[in-house]
Design a protein around this ligand. Structure first.
Ligand SMILES: Cc1cc2nc3c(=O)[nH]c(=O)nc-3n(C[C@H](O)[C@H](O)[C@H](O)COP(=O)(O)OP(=O)(O)OC[C@H]3O[C@@H](n4cnc5c(N)ncnc54)[C@H](O)[C@@H]3O)c2cc1C
Length: 264
């Protein structure tokens, strides 16, 4: 089984701060980590490979230091890591990100399964998985929290969480899935894996290597423009309602309607 796992390096949520004056994340001195959901995508890929054979290739688009994320993925058992890095990729929105990732996956040759996290904890759009599936012409299922392969070896049996409960779905590979943290428990790196990760060659593919059109990558290929960002402010208000229980309930319902929590 030829499996590709897309991982993103994100700022460590435990240390990240927001510059309220500039309206930007303070990235200086903040450790970069693998997006938490992507560990679960990787674990799903590794379990598939361990059961059915094949190889797991991990892809990330990011700055040169994102190589660390790929080495970590190799230490956990990935067979290969490829870094997509080029100054021209900077400023990519999800449109340009999915184009770049799709070009790389096409260059890798036929794949059976592409795995992504449900969402990145910084960009938070959850658009990359579905967008990538469209670009690759693959069927996809999001928010997967249980996964197995039927006896035919090519049909995925999936539980997908939705707002009301869950769906049980069957999907023929090749396909793309985005996964939830509840899908599995990621393994820890082995000593052998760590040693391999230190030595493994991580190829860097730039725009030229991908044959990417300049107008479809990075800021030039992005349809989105960030006008401003801000941290929402919450104003706490305290009020003690007076009167009988009935009067207090009436007053409470009135306040809820006023605040839009209940329909008027
Ligand atoms: C105008 C504009 C400029 C931007 N400039 C920058 C910038 O300079 N630097 C920056 O970091 N962000 C930038 N962003 C944010 C950027 O759009 C997103 O980080 C990126 O497109 C992925 O979207 P997301 O983080 O919401 O991922 P989601 O869709 O939430 O991610 C879902 C899954 O997709 C996969 N995935 C997502 N991104 C990658 C990736 N890069 N490589 C491999 N797999 C991935 C992972 O499996 C992840 O779990 C910019 C956005 C806009 C609109």
């Amino acid at each position: 089984m030829n499996i590709v796992v897309c991982i993103k390096q994100v700022p460590d949520a435990k240390t990240v701060r927001f510059d309220t004056e500039k309206g930007t994340l303070v990235r200086e001195g903040v450790e970069a980590v693998i997006n938490p959901f992507d560990f679960h995508a990787l674990e799903a890929g590794l379990q598939m490979r361990d059961t059915y054979g094949g190889k797991v290739t991990v892809l990330t688009m990011g700055p040169l230091q994102a190589e660390n994320a790929l080495r970590e993925a190799v230490s956990l058992g990935a067979d290969k890591g490829i870094l997509l890095s080029d100054r021209a990729f900077a400023g990519a929105d999800t449109l340009a990100t999915t184009y770049t990732l799709a070009m790389a996956i096409k260059k890798l040759g036929p794949v059976d399964l592409v795995l992504c996290g449900k969402q990145a904890i910084d960009g938070d759009t959850a658009q990359v998985g579905p967008g990538l599936a469209v670009r690759l012409g693959l069927p996809h299922v999001t928010c997967v929290n249980a996964l197995s392969v039927l006896d035919d070896g090519k049909t995925l049996h999936i539980r997908r969480i939705n707002e009301d409960g869950y769906d049980i779905l069957e999907l023929e590979m090749p396909a793309l899935l985005t996964v939830l943290a509840s899908l599995n428990t990621p393994r820890l790196p082995s000593l052998k894996g760590k040693m391999r990760a230190g030595k493994v060659d991580i190829p860097v593919w730039d725009a030229g290597e991908l044959g990417a059109e300049p107008g479809r990558i990075g800021l030039a290929g992005s349809a989105t423009r960030v006008i401003s960002t801000s941290v929402p402010t919450f104003k706490a208000r305290r009020e003690i309602l007076e009167g009988s229980a009935e009067e207090q309930v009436k007053a409470l319902v009135f306040r809820f309607k006023e605040a839009g929590f209940l329909n008027a």
